[in-house]
Design a protein around this ligand. Structure first.
Ligand SMILES: C[S@@+](CC[C@H](N)C(=O)[O-])C[C@H]1O[C@@H](n2cnc3c(N)ncnc32)[C@H](O)[C@@H]1O
Length: 250
């Protein structure tokens, strides 16, 4: 999606104590928890937060969790920063349980490690990348799932409006050894009281589209393992290709 250049975004992000650029995020690898006022709280991360409607509301409503949200675009993160400040101001709180960072999620293990003890990952309405040659860019592609599995000690929650992406993602999770604990093709048919709708979720719901949702957990034994070692052990040749690894012999 093309978004209009926002000249204010980068200066505002640089001046904000809750925002981090890529070198800053790399420097915090393994010590993210210490960036929060209450480091012992569960650490939840959102991948591709967009304008930040979901993460700002989640952080305001749940002061007992810490939230770290990533997006590749400074324009998006700039809007998320403004939305976060506004949501916390309205609640009469300082944003002490939320951090925002620029990141291409394809490089997530460069900024997060098992020492960060990530308790949950949220992927809300990631780009569907329907063309065959682009599918490896999906945030649910096995190449990504192997990376998440190395640093996630809890659940991954995934929402999308795209039926094909959802069906293929379920295959990705299963192929990569994840266990799907719950899956529904119509989250709003019986919407959980604690569901926070994202900007895209509201837009798709207004168009009458169904919202697909799943919860999955990584394979046992993956947490804390170097990704390349784990992929080698699992003998996943397609993923070895994507990670630029030498393939294991058949
Ligand atoms: C369709 S929008 C969804 C935004 C928001 N989660 C929502 O539900 O309204 C997808 C977001 O993911 C971001 N994104 C896409 N690919 C990414 C990547 N590789 N790394 C980080 N963010 C990415 C985009 O910039 C965009 O903000």
């Amino acid at each position: 999606m093309r978004i209009r250049h926002k000249p204010w975004a980068r200066p505002e992000l640089a001046a904000s104590p809750i925002c981090t650029d890529i070198p800053g995020a790399k420097a915090l690898r393994g010590i993210w928890r210490a960036q929060f006022v209450r480091p012992e709280q569960p650490l939840f991360i959102e991948l591709g937060c967009g304008k930040g409607g979901w993460v700002s509301q989640a952080a305001v409503r749940n002061p007992g969790n810490n939230y770290l949200a990533f997006d590749i675009k400074s324009e998006m993160l700039g809007m998320a920063r403004r939305k976060t400040d506004a949501a916390f101001a309205e609640a009469g709180r300082t944003p002490d349980n939320i951090r925002l960072s620029i990141l291409n999620i394809e490089h997530i293990t460069e900024v997060l490690s098992p020492e960060d003890k990530v308790d949950r990952i949220y992927i809300n309405f990631c780009n569907p990348w329907p063309k065959m040659s682009h599918k490896k860019r999906r945030l649910t592609h096995p190449k990504q799932l192997y990376q998440y599995a190395s640093l996630l000690r809890g659940e991954l929650h995934f929402k999308t409006d795209d039926a094909d992406l959802f069906a293929e993602s379920k295959e990705y999770f299963t192929e990569s050894g994840w266990q799907i604990l719950r899956a529904t093709d119509d989250l709003h048919a019986d919407e959980p009281a604690d569901n926070i709708r994202t900007e895209h979720e509201n837009m798709f719901a207004a168009e009458g589209k169904k919202i697909h949702f799943l919860i999955a957990v990584p394979p046992q034994g993956a947490y804390g393992q170097p990704v390349r070692e784990y992929v080698k052990k699992k003998d996943a040749p397609e993923v070895q290709d994507e990670l630029g690894m030498e393939k294991t012999e058949p």
